[in-house]
Design a protein around this ligand. Sequence first.
Ligand code: HEM
Ligand SMILES: *[C@@H]1O[C@H](CO)[C@@H](O)[C@H](O)[C@H]1NC(C)=O
Ligand SMILES: *[C@@H]1O[C@H](CO)[C@@H](O)[C@H](O)[C@H]1NC(C)=O
Ligand SMILES: *[C@@H]1O[C@H](CO)[C@@H](O)[C@H](O)[C@H]1NC(C)=O
Ligand SMILES: *[C@@H]1O[C@H](CO)[C@@H](O)[C@H](O)[C@H]1NC(C)=O
Length: 390
Amino acid sequence: MIQPLTGCFLTSLFIKMKLQILATLVTLVPYALGFPHLANFPEHRSLAGLSPEEVQVVMGTFSSMPGPQPLPPPIDDTSEKLVNDVAHPFKALRRGDIRGPCPGLNTLASHGYLPRDGVVTPAQIITAVQEGYNLGHQFASFLCYTAFLTDGNHLTNLMTIGANTTTHGQPTTGINTHGHFEGDASMSRDDAFLGNNINFNETLFDAFQVAADAVGGGLLTLDAIVLNRQIRIKDSIARNPQFAFESPRFLGAIAESAFIFAMFVSGQTVDNKKPLTIDAVRHFFDFHRLPHGFRRRQGPFDFPLVENLTFSIVDMAGAKPGSNKGVNNYVVNTQDLATFCYVYQKQVNFTATLYPNPTPKLRDAIKQNLLTYYQALGKPECEQYFPFGR
Ligand code: HEM
Ligand SMILES: *[C@@H]1O[C@H](CO)[C@@H](O)[C@H](O)[C@H]1NC(C)=O
Ligand SMILES: *[C@@H]1O[C@H](CO)[C@@H](O)[C@H](O)[C@H]1NC(C)=O
Ligand SMILES: *[C@@H]1O[C@H](CO)[C@@H](O)[C@H](O)[C@H]1NC(C)=O
Ligand SMILES: *[C@@H]1O[C@H](CO)[C@@H](O)[C@H](O)[C@H]1NC(C)=O
């Protein structure tokens, strides 16, 4: 009886050792080929900036390369419901878990709607933001691919929701690439020029209370959200000589103000009539945690509702895209159309600049993901761009 078991144990131990040796050998390949800086290249790190030779080398180290994937289907049930439930408990960060500048995604990861380590596929994000917040399928897809095209890995189909790598200890940009999607005048994070643009900042967060007390009777009504937006823009104009507030950041920042109103309110109505509490924003922004008993909104928040609320805030705040040419010298950019078509086109152009010389496999993958991006936009009236050919 003992012998077969021991034999089996030994065989499996042997196989394990062989696999380990193999894995070690794979990580050594970049050294052998003369690219030591590419050893332990994280599978979720973007391939932008690598030469064709470097892409070939890191490709050899990836455990799998599913490449571009189609958009996942919309969720079936979009009713209001309890989402801070027993199946999705909050758990504290473990060593190496990645979190980033987005309170929405950070919170989903801390409750297991997204992988808790913060390494994700686009499909996982698109499904999780629907499940957790009832963000509409179309807008979720558009937003997710805007981030993926800047920071994702087109071959492994992985990205992260933040800056830090999990296992290999090398820093990555994640969704934090500054000046593009991540940007200035955030509600709770500093401008990169002024300080830490990733972590929560209490001083900036205080502007919520100031706005709520000034015009919301202590609550974050739509008027208070608008005032908060104005305060944050004014602060950057006054202190950040390099304040950059053009598309996509311009619409992104305003859409984020719309997001907290539409999705951080428990059981928010279809027409966004319930005010937001400081306690709720504190939970999401600071603790990465759903408030106790939190229910997702009634019905999806999607185009054209997203545009309605976003452009309402633009109008109410009197906000215009532009940038500072020195402190207190904000220059409006009249060329910036500040529409979602424009964001799409700028992102496509930006993606083309990130990959001036892709390998054929990488080119095919980017091309496919750009098609998916246009599909995610869901606006046939927007001109489609093909910088990598049709
Ligand atoms: C669908 C995929 C999403 C992606 C790729 C994404 C990505 C990002 C990124 C890159 C930022 C940083 C922008 C900055 O500099 O402030 C950000 C901020 C933000 N996101 Fe998300 N996000 C997503 C979904 C959501 C959802 C569903 C919510 C809310 C339910 C949300 C709420 C916010 C808020 C409120 C901010 C602003 C944080 C601040 O100003 O301090 N996001 N997001
Ligand atoms: C990333 O790592 C640095 C250094 O270890 C740490 O100070 C920072 O808080 C981490 N950032 C995030 C977003 O986890
Ligand atoms: C928070 O932001 C303020 C204003 O930019 C800055 O003075 C302060 O040093 C920041 N705090 C931290 C902890 O980074
Ligand atoms: C948003 O919708 C409301 C109510 O349907 C409407 O009165 C308003 O004009 C719309 N605003 C924008 C900017 O589309
Ligand atoms: C993107 O690039 C195309 C082709 O070079 C150009 O015609 C278009 O104006 C650019 N669009 C934006 C929004 O930058």
